[in-house]
Structure formats: C-alpha cells, structure tokens
Design a protein. Structure first.
Length: 246
C-alpha cells in the first residue's frame, strides 16, 4: 500500500510537470505558430498527459478496491516559506543534484521550478528546496527593456543582418567567379600568342598586296603573286606510221 501511494505521488508530480511543459509549448506556439517541431512536441505532451491520467485513474480504482491506505509519515517542513518568483536550489531529476532555479508555481506542498540557464521545468517538493546564496528575482522576457527596442524588434534586426551577410557573401562569390573567369581568358590569350608566334593574323579575304594578287590566300604569304599560268600541250595523235619504201 505504501509503495502504491508513492507511485501515485510520482504520477501526480509527473502530470503537473507535463502540464507546465505543455503551457510553455503553447506559449511558444503563439510566437511561432508555424513551427512543426513545437506542434509535434505539443501533440506528444498531450498524449503523455492522457496516458498519465489513465494511470492515475487506474491506481485510484485499485486503491479503492484494496481498502483504506496506511498512514504516511509526516512530511518535513520547508526551510522557509517559499513564494512564486523566489530563487532556490532545486533537485534536477536528471542526476539528482542541486541546481539554481526559480519557483514558477506552488501547489499542495510542491513547487514548479525552472532551472536557471537550462530552461527546464520540473516539480520539486517544497521541503527539498534549499536557499540560494545569490537571491535575485526571476527576470522574464517581458520585464527586460532593451535600449529603444523590444524583444521582437531585436529579433527582426538580427534576421535582417543575417540576410545582409548572406547577400554580401553571394556578391563576393560572384566577384570571385568573375575574377577567375578573367584570369582564364587572360591565360588563354597569352597561351595562344605564344603557341602561334610569327603567324600573321590576317583574313584570307584581305585585299592583295599587288594588282595581280589573289584573294583567298592572304594568310599563305603569296597574296602579292600573280595567278598561276598553265601551259597547254598540243594534242597527240596516234596512228600507223607510213614507212618509205626501200
């Protein structure tokens, strides 16, 4: 019976923890309604809460069938009267070590605390909380007052600067690409001039050097020479030769 009561307490503590996390996710969805990750997290938390509620109901039915519970030992008193917003040292369930936290809510001898610097919220019993040496009130986003800008304006400015850096980088890449292109063209031009040194770069259809020159052979070095003259041979007639009589 005692173990069942402890199990019920753990279920209630987990349920409160899940509800606090769900509220935080819903608040985050207001700021980022299109976030698929937040939507999935919300659905998962709702499913876990439903399963936990079913386990609580099942334990209640089992406890009623088993009869009245045994008396639990008195719970130790908290080291002080805690209030919402107080800083404290709370136990993190991840490693059961004390970490600095801020109290978000108090109910039935338990406190919902958010660990400073980790943005993780858990449920701790009040008597397990310890006094924090550096006692400072929790600072919320809406309480901070940036110089002339609110939190959303700062985020907008950050994204604008990020876009400018990206555009500048693209422009730099284009300039580098153009520089490489010009280097290649210069290299090709020099390579051609070295490979074909001494060759006259003239059109074969340029005007000849003399009146008798020919068009179409300018690059062959003979544009100033006259046309080739052809020698026609007489027609050769074959037949029988008349030999003189002897």
């Amino acid at each position: 019976m005692f173990s069942r009561d402890l199990e019920m307490e753990d279920l209630h503590a987990n349920l409160e923890n899940y509800n606090v996390q769900l509220q935080q996710v819903e608040a985050a969805l207001i700021a980022e309604p299109g976030s698929e990750e937040l939507k999935k997290l919300k659905a998962d938390l709702e499913e876990v809460i439903q399963i936990t509620n079913e386990l609580v109901q099942a334990n209640i039915i089992a406890a009623e069938a088993a009869g009245p519970p045994e008396a639990l030992p008195d719970e130790p008193k908290p080291v002080k009267e805690w209030k919402v917003g107080d800083r404290c040292m709370a136990i993190w369930s991840k490693n059961n070590q004390l970490y600095e936290a801020v109290i978000d809510g108090i109910s039935e001898g338990k406190a919902a605390v958010t660990f400073v610097g980790y943005n993780v919220t858990e449920i701790n019993r009040l008597y397990l909380l310890r006094i924090c040496d550096d006692v400072q009130p929790k600072k919320y986003i809406w309480d901070t007052k940036p110089k002339g800008k609110n939190q959303w304006q700062m985020e907008k400015e950050r994204r604008r600067k990020k876009a400018q850096k990206k555009a500048q980088r693209l422009k730099q890449m284009e300039q580098e690409k153009e520089t490489e292109k010009m280097k290649w063209k210069d290299f090709s031009s020099k390579a051609f001039s070295k490979s074909y040194k001494g060759i006259r770069k003239e059109s074969i259809f340029a005007s000849p050097d003399t009146e008798t020159g020919r068009v179409g052979v300018g690059t062959c070095g003979i544009s100033g020479k006259p046309m080739t003259r052809f020698v026609y041979q007489d027609k050769l007639v074959t037949g029988k030769l008349n030999t003189p009589p002897f």
